[in-house]
Design a binder for this molecule. Structure first.
Ligand code: FES
Length: 426
C-alpha cells in the first residue's frame, strides 16, 4: 500500500509526456490498433491494424515481426535506438478459453545473435494490455535517463515518466509499482509490471520479467521472457519498467463470454432447477461474496445441491460481480463440479492400471447394465451416478469401486447386483 517510501518515489517523478486514450471493445479478437511509443522523442501514437496485417500475420509473433520489419533497416543493431521491442498477444490473447492464450510474444534484435529473436512469456501484462484495446505495443528509441512507461486503463492515460528513485531490481520495482498504482489490496491484481534488473546492463543475456500479483502470498511474482537478451535491450533503452493497469471488472472479452455462457446455460439447465435460492445465497454470504473464495463457494454449493445449477451461477454472478463466462469455465474445468444433478451416491469405477488388468472394463459394463445407465449418467431416481476414474489408490485390492465414501475391493462381477441392491436401500 502507499507508504512514505512510495510517496517519495512518486514525488520524484517527472512527467515527460502524457496522453489520453479510450479503451476499446474487441471485434473478433482484434482491437484494430497498435500502440507505438518513441522514448527518444517522447511521442505516443496509435497505428491502425489493417486487414492485410490480420490476414497475413494473425497476431502475436506475426504482428511483432511485421512491426519490426517496418522499424528496422539493414544496419540496425541490437543497441541502435531504432531497434524496437515489440509485444503482442494474438487474437485469442486474454481469453480464458484456450491454454496459452494469456501469453505475450516479445520480439527484438538480440544482443546475443544480432538477429531477430522472439520469446513468449506469461504474467498478466498481455491480457491486461489487450483488455484496454490494443493488439500490440512497439517501443522504439532510447531515453536520456531512466524512465517508466505507464498505461493506465482506469484513468485512460499513457505517460512516460522519469523515475530516478525506483529500484533497479526487478522484484523490488515490481512490488513498488504494484503498490503505487493499486487503490487497495484487491486492486493489486490489476497491475502488471514489466522490468529488467541491473544485471542486464552488464550481460548480453538479460531477461525481461513480467509480474503478476500473488494475493495468497502477498507478493509480486514473475514470469520471464528469457531468450535472446531482451532484458539487455530494455535496459539499454534506459527503461526501468513498463506498467499496465487493467480495468478491474469488465474487460471486453467478458461481455462476449457472458453472452456465450447464456446460450450454453439455456441448453444445459432447464427450468426445473430444484435449487434453493436462499440456501445458495447463505453460502455466498458466508464467503462475503468475495470472488477470491469462488472455489470454496462453489464447493459448498456442489456439496449441498450435488451440482452447480443455473440458479447458483446467476446468484454468484450477481453477488460477486464475476462474469458467467468465468463461472462456467471454473465449473467445467474442475472435476469436482458438475452442471447436471449428480445422484445421491456416486459410483466410481477405477480404471487405473491394476484395476484395468483385473477387468475394470467388464466391471463398468456390468454396472451399466445393472443400473440402466451409461458412464457419466445418473439413474432416473437420482440415486446413483456412474463414472470411470483414474487410480483410487487401493491397487492391492483391484478391481476397486467407490460408492460414496465407501471403498469396495476385489469386486467380482457376480457380486455387482447384490452390492447395488444393498446400497439402494441404505
Ligand atoms: S489401479 Fe485401481 S486402485 Fe489403483
Amino acid at each position: 500500500m502507499v507508504t512514505d517510501h512510495i510517496v517519495k518515489l512518486r514525488d520524484a517523478r517527472e512527467v515527460l509526456k502524457e496522453m489520453s486514450f479510450e479503451t476499446r471493445e474487441l471485434q473478433r479478437g482484434y482491437a484494430n490498433r497498435v500502440l507505438r511509443i518513441d522514448i527518444t522523442k517522447n511521442t505516443v501514437e496509435f497505428l491502425p491494424v489493417t486487414e492485410e496485417m490480420k490476414n497475413l500475420w494473425t497476431g502475436g509473433r506475426g504482428f511483432d515481426l511485421w512491426l519490426m520489419f517496418k522499424e528496422i533497416n539493414r544496419n540496425t543493431k541490437w543497441d541502435s535506438p531504432e531497434n524496437p521491442i515489440c509485444f503482442s498477444g494474438g487474437p485469442l490473447g486474454g481469453t480464458i478459453s484456450f491454454p496459452g492464450s494469456g501469453k505475450t510474444l516479445v520480439t527484438t534484435i538480440s544482443p546475443l545473435t544480432d538477429s531477430v529473436m522472439d520469446c513468449n512469456v506469461g504474467g498478466y501484462f498481455g491480457p491486461y494490455f489487450k483488455f484496454l484495446g490494443f493488439d500490440a505495443l512497439c517501443i522504439v528509441g532510447k531515453a536520456d535517463d531512466y524512465i517508466i512507461i505507464v498505461i493506465d486503463g482506469v484513468n485512460n492515460k499513457i505517460s512516460i515518466e522519469k523515475a530516478p528513485l525506483e529500484s533497479n531490481d526487478s522484484h523490488v520495482i515490481s512490488e513498488e509499482l504494484t503498490s503505487m498504482y493499486a487503490d487497495n489490496e484487491l486492486d493489486m491484481r490489476n497491475i502488471a509490471v514489466v522490468s529488467s534488473g541491473r544485471a542486464a546492463e552488464y550481460a548480453r543475456m538479460g531477461i525481461l520479467n513480467f509480474s503478476f500479483w500473488d494475493w495468497r502470498r502477498g507478493i509480486a511474482r514473475m514470469k520471464q521472457a528469457g531468450r535472446g537478451g531482451i532484458g539487455t535491450v530494455f535496459r539499454n533503452k534506459k527503461m526501468k519498467a513498463l506498467v499496465v493497469k487493467s480495468l478491474p471488472l469488465n474487460p471486453a472479452w467478458r461481455v462476449v463470454e457472458s453472452k456465450m455462457a447464456k446460450t450454453f446455460t439455456d441448453n444445459i439447465c432447464t427450468s426445473h432447477c430444484k435449487t434453493d435460492r436462499e440456501r445458495i445465497c447463505k453460502i455466498i454470504d458466508k464467503w462475503n461474496s468475495n470472488p477470491e473464495y469462488i472455489l470454496e463457494m462453489m464447493q459448498d454449493i456442489q456439496k449441498m445441491e450435488r451440482y452447480i445449477s443455473k440458479t447458483a451461477i446467476d446468484e454468484i454472478c450477481k453477488k460477486t460481480g464475476m462474469s458467467k463466462g468465468q463461472l462456467y469455465h471454473i465449473a467445467t474445468f474442475y472435476k469436482d463440479f458438475t452442471l447436471k444433478p449428480a445422484g445421491e451416491k456416486v459410483i466410481q469405477v477405477c480404471f487405473g492400471t491394476a484395476c484395468h488388468v483385473k477387468g475394470a472394463s467388464k466391471l463398468l459394463e456390468t454396472l451399466e447394465k445393472e443400473l440402466g445407465i451409461k458412464n457419466g449418467e445418473t439413474t432416473s431416481d437420482e440415486k446413483f451416478t456412474l463414472e470411470a476414474v483414474p487410480c483410487l489408490g487401493y491397487c492391492s485390492i483391484a478391481p476397486v469401486i467407490k460408492i460414496g465414501e465407501e471403498i469396495i475391493g476385489n469386486v467380482r462381477l457376480k457380486d455387482v447386483s447384490k452390492i447395488i441392491s444393498e446400497r439402494r436401500g441404505k
